[in-house]
Ligand binder design. Structure first.
Ligand code: WTA
Length: 649
């Protein structure tokens, strides 16, 4: 970590205690923090989830792997769907879905049950059974949640691949997990135009020979190529939808529920494994207490994409397990206009909104008039996730969206943690703009210095988790060595999160961003090495170095330094070509914002690229110590080119 990050000390003395009325009715009361760790998770395990066989042991921790709710068996789709119908909640809305073009669907729990059963029967027809890995490559359709639940009904682990990812990214994931079936759609809507998901899926399937069948959902209705014997339209299958036609499969608490691939510090994404029992308890408990969910009256909207962990935990599994009513929106916030979100909040009476700082900053840039044009008085609680939130953005959110009356909960967590771990509880915690405040009850967080000593209030260093929690990952699929190395080798016996953090005098946590080679662009994790590999994959590129620079809108933006083969100086055409090449290899989210062509990259005498210097160049900082460089003049040349680039913009 650069010293600069550790020493970000600013004074923030604004305090927001919970409003009295909110505190009086809140699901979480102050005593929650006094509860014993084991007693807390034990009773959450019993109360949030219906078990087929009750668990006999709370947890077991054989470093680094933990198991939870041992001996218990359950089914996730039963917990998220059937039991609500059986207990008389069938008429409650599970999802208010809105398509980007403006079409809508209201899906009750009873309807969801029929859809999930029908979908599970479709998967069965395609040969899916307990244990068959299924890939899901869909936009934000109700069928995305339905497909996930259908997999859980059969006991088939899924991996959902974000619809913005390329064919290479999709096939890489399918090959790694050994997927046999792929669920996709003809095309997706995006800002009024169409995205050819099926076409990309075809390319990906060609490179993933284990994928035997695909199930295709019709969305835009435009013609797509269907391969005889492999591809089937969902709407053409005639399938039963009564629950008895496809009873939920009893699963062990520790059976694999899904993999979610995320970027690490090497080129290959990691398949983060989550299992059935602990994950479901963890997301349901956090959803209930952090969002103060009242399932009878709340309308919850997590405005993320289900293709990321946030959507898995807080659009699908947590809310449905709790019997919540959620909003599901297909499109972008600025289509057809920049008030789309506020119109959704108004029309569905959203009471709880959960989004990312980057989205808040986009709304800030567009101006408060879009929110002001709508009645947002239904809102009672706001949340954020994905990156450190700047105090200005926090304040803007509180004032212009929350009307100065809604508590704001800044929740820190990761794909690996499965559930939010550092967060205010809205009826209990006094919040501060920019701080994620306190560990969730039953969660043990620390900050360690370089030497591995725990720092107290007022100190800064690396964030670690000292005790297991139910939704923690059960490892990287097929790569035990990488799991141990990435998370468990920096300090013995504790989980190293890869984030810098500071604890203030009140014991509140302030997250400071990643300390490794992972960038955070609009809340998406992207590995510098992955982008470098994509660039070097281009036939004209000799070498590339990538770093993140601060960006007012996206948090970080990707900067690439590229050396072309044969002393080529580069051109605007080449710049475009390389950006598109990266989009083709990884996805549009990984496109560099800037590319600086340079005849050489700054390297140490042992040949390591000095990314720290490149970051300084990218952020116009005075260059620090360059004495270890093999050729110090390289850096001057690069900074000149970088500033020439900036003046071209
Ligand atoms: C960052 C998203 C500061 C952090 C759920 C973490 C945050 C990475 C916060 C995980 C927050 C997430 N404050 N930083 N409230 N929430 N992060 O796996 O760097 O996509 O390690 O999970 O996002 O990103 P991931």
């Amino acid at each position: 970590m650069s010293d600069q990050t550790i020493e970000t000390h600013f004074v923030e003395d604004r305090r927001y205690p919970p409003p009295l009325e909110f505190a009086a009715q809140a699901n979480a009361q102050p005593e929650i923090y006094e509860r014993d760790f084991e007693e807390f998770w034990e009773s959450e395990g019993r109360e949030r989830v219906s078990w087929i066989e009750p668990f006999t042991k709370l947890y077991e921790w054989e470093l680094p792997y933990a198991k939870w709710y041992l001996g218990g068996t359950l089914n996730v789709s039963y917990n998220c769907v059937d039991r609500h119908v059986e207990e008389g909640r069938g008429e409650r809305v599970a999802y208010h879905w809105e398509g980007e073009p403006g079409d809508t669907r209201t899906i009750t729990y009873a309807e969801l049950q029929r859809e999930v059963v029908r979908f599970a029967n479709a998967l069965k027809e395609l040969g899916v059974e307990k244990g068959t890995p299924v890939a899901i490559y869909l936009g934000m359709l109700p069928e995305l949640a339905i497909a996930m639940l259908a997999c859980t009904r059969l006991g088939a682990p899924h991996t959902v691949v974000f619809g913005g990812f390329s064919a290479d990214s999709l096939s890489g994931r399918m090959v790694d997990m050994g997927c046999e079936v792929l669920v996709t759609q003809d095309e997706a809507w995006r800002r009024g135009s169409t995205v050819p998901l099926k076409r990309t899926a075809d390319e990906a399937m060609a490179a993933a020979p284990k994928v035997r069948r695909s199930l295709v959902i019709r969305r835009t209705g435009n013609e797509v190529r269907m391969q005889e014997g492999r591809d089937a339209w969902l709407h053409e299958l005639d399938l039963p939808d009564d629950p008895a036609s496809c009873p939920p499969e009893p699963m062990d608490a520790e059976d694999l529920l899904f993999l979610m691939y995320t970027s690490g510090t090497t080129a290959k994404p990691k398949g983060i494994a989550h299992t059935t029992g602990g994950y479901l308890v963890g997301v349901a408990a956090t959803h209930r207490y952090i969002f103060d969910l009242k399932p009878e009256t709340d309308v919850f909207w997590c405005a993320a994409d289900i293709g990321w962990i946030t959507g898995h935990s807080y659009i699908v599994y947590g809310p449905l397990c709790n019997g919540a009513t959620s909003v599901l929106y297909e499109g972008t916030p600025d289509f057809p206009d920049k008030d789309r979100w506020w119109s959704i909040v108004e029309r569905y009476g959203v009471t709880i909104l959960y989004t990312a700082p980057t989205a808040i900053r986009a709304h800030m840039k567009w101006g408060p008039e879009y929110a002001q044009g709508h009645d947002l008085s239904s809102l009672r609680l706001l949340g954020t996730v994905g990156e450190p939130i700047n105090p200005e953005a926090w304040m803007w959110y509180r004032e212009h969206v929350g009307g100065d009356r809604c508590p704001v909960v800044d929740t820190w967590w990761q794909t690996e943690t499965g559930m939010a771990l550092i967060t205010p509880l809205p009826g209990v915690t006094t919040t501060k703009p920019g701080s994620a405040t306190k560990p969730f009850p039953g969660v043990d967080v620390g900050v360690f210095n370089e030497a591995g000593e725990e720092v107290g209030p007022g100190g800064g260093g690396y964030l670690v988790l000292k005790r297991p929690w139910p939704a923690m990952t059960r490892g990287i699929f097929g790569d035990d060595a990488r799991f141990r190395e990435t998370y468990w080798s920096k300090y013995p016996g504790v989980y190293f999160a890869g984030d810098g953090a500071r604890i203030d005098e009140d014991g509140d946590f302030w997250l400071l961003g990643r300390v490794d080679d992972v960038m955070n662009v609009s809340g998406h994790r992207i590995s510098t090495i992955e982008v470098e590999s994509a660039l070097v994959d281009h036939p004209r590129v000799a070498e590339a170095a990538v770093c993140g620079r601060n960006d007012a809108l996206t948090g970080q933006a990707i900067v690439a330094y590229v050396t072309l083969k044969g002393g080529d100086d580069g051109s605007l055409e080449m710049l475009d070509e390389l950006r598109n090449h990266v989009a083709g290899k990884i996805g549009a989210i990984a496109k560099p914002a800037n590319i600086v062509f340079t005849p050489e990259l700054p390297k140490t005498r042992s040949g390591k690229i000095m990314r720290r210097l490149l970051r300084d160049v990218a952020e116009n900082r005075p260059l620090g110590d360059t004495t270890t460089l093999a050729d110090p003049t390289v850096v001057n040349e690069i900074s000149q080119r970088a500033s020439a680039d900036a003046s071209d913009d």
